[in-house]
Design a protein around this ligand. Structure first.
Ligand SMILES: Cc1cc2nc3c(=O)[nH]c(=O)nc-3n(C[C@H](O)[C@H](O)[C@H](O)COP(=O)(O)O)c2cc1C
Length: 224
C-alpha cells in the first residue's frame, strides 16, 4: 500500500489550475461527496466563515450570457478591491504565470487581441459545467478570508482526488452584485472569488499550462 505521505504529495502536485472542461455535468452525489470533504477545513475558532453557492445547468448558462457583456461594458462591482498590479519578485512571478499560460496556447506577447480573448474565457467559466462562488459573510475581514482560502484549497484538492479539475478565479469577483442578484444571495455576503470546475478536457492545450514555484529557502526560514 502506498504511504499516506506519498499519496498526499502526489495529490498536491497533481492539482493545477485547469482552464478547459468537458461539457459533462458532475453527478449530484459526487458533488455532495467532494464538497463534504471541504467541510473539514480549519478556521479561526471553528467559525467556518464560508458561504458557498454552486451554479450549474440553466443557472450557469444564464451567468455565461451576462458576465462577459457586463465586463465589456465596464460594469464592475467588486466587494474587495483588486488592481492586479504587483511589485518586485511578485511582479516577476505574475509575469511567469502569464507567460506559462500564453505559451501553453501559443499566444505571443504582441498578440493583444488573442490575450484578451483568452482572458475573457474567465467569464464563461472556461466552458466548465459548474462554478462555485465563495462568499465571506459580513463583518468578516482578513482573518476569516484566510479561513475561506483554506476551504478553497481543500475543495480544490478534493476535486483533484475525485478526478475533477478546477480553476480559482478572482475575475469572477469583479461583478459581485450581478452574481448575488442572479443567485439570490443576500448583500451581506461578500464575494471573494469563484472556482470553475468539472471534468478537465485532456486534449486542450491550455490544460498543459504548468507554473513554477519559488525555492523553499526563498519562502521558508527554519530557525533552530
Ligand atoms: C485566489 C486565486 C485567484 C485566481 N484568479 C485567477 C483568475 O481570475 N483567472 C485565472 O485564469 N487564474 C486565476 N488564478 C490561478 C492562478 O493563476 C494559479 O493558481 C497560479 O498561476 C499557479 O498555478 P497553478 O494553480 O496551476 O498551480 C487564481 C488563483 C487563486 C489562488
Amino acid at each position: 500500500m502506498e504511504s499516506e505521505s506519498k499519496v498526499f504529495a502526489e495529490l498536491v502536485a497533481k492539482r493545477r489550475s485547469l482552464r478547459a472542461f468537458l461539457p459533462d455535468a458532475v453527478d449530484p452525489k459526487l458533488l455532495q461527496a467532494v464538497f463534504s470533504s471541504a467541510l473539514h477545513s480549519p478556521s479561526n475558532c471553528n467559525t467556518q466563515p464560508w458561504v458557498v453557492h454552486v451554479a450549474s445547468g440553466e443557472t450557469i448558462a444564464g451567468l455565461k450570457q451576462v458576465m462577459p457583456q457586463e465586463f465589456m461594458a465596464g460594469k464592475f462591482t467588486m466587494d474587495f478591491p483588486y488592481d492586479g498590479t504587483y511589485e518586485g519578485v511578485y511582479k516577476e512571478r505574475q509575469y511567469g504565470a502569464a507567460q506559462a499560460l500564453y505559451d501553453s496556447v501559443g499566444i505571443t506577447r504582441k498578440e493583444k487581441e488573442r490575450r484578451q480573448e483568452e482572458f475573457m474565457r474567465n467569464f464563461t467559466f472556461f466552458d466548465a459545467p459548474h462554478v462555485a462562488f465563495l462568499f465571506l459573510p459580513e463583518p468578516f475581514g482578513l482573518r476569516e478570508a484566510a479561513d475561506l482560502g483554506m476551504f478553497a484549497q481543500t475543495l480544490m484538492l478534493s476535486f483533484t482526488a475525485h478526478g475533477l479539475g478546477s480553476c480559482p478565479q478572482t475575475a469572477l469577483g469583479f461583478q459581485a452584485d450581478l452574481v448575488r442578484e442572479h443567485l439570490g444571495v443576500e448583500p451581506s455576503n461578500k464575494l471573494v472569488f469563484g472556482i470553475s470546475f468539472g471534468y478537465p478536457d485532456p486534449d486542450a492545450p491550455v490544460n498543459s499550462c504548468a507554473t513554477d514555484r519559488a525555492d523553499l529557502a526563498d519562502v521558508v526560514t527554519f530557525h533552530n
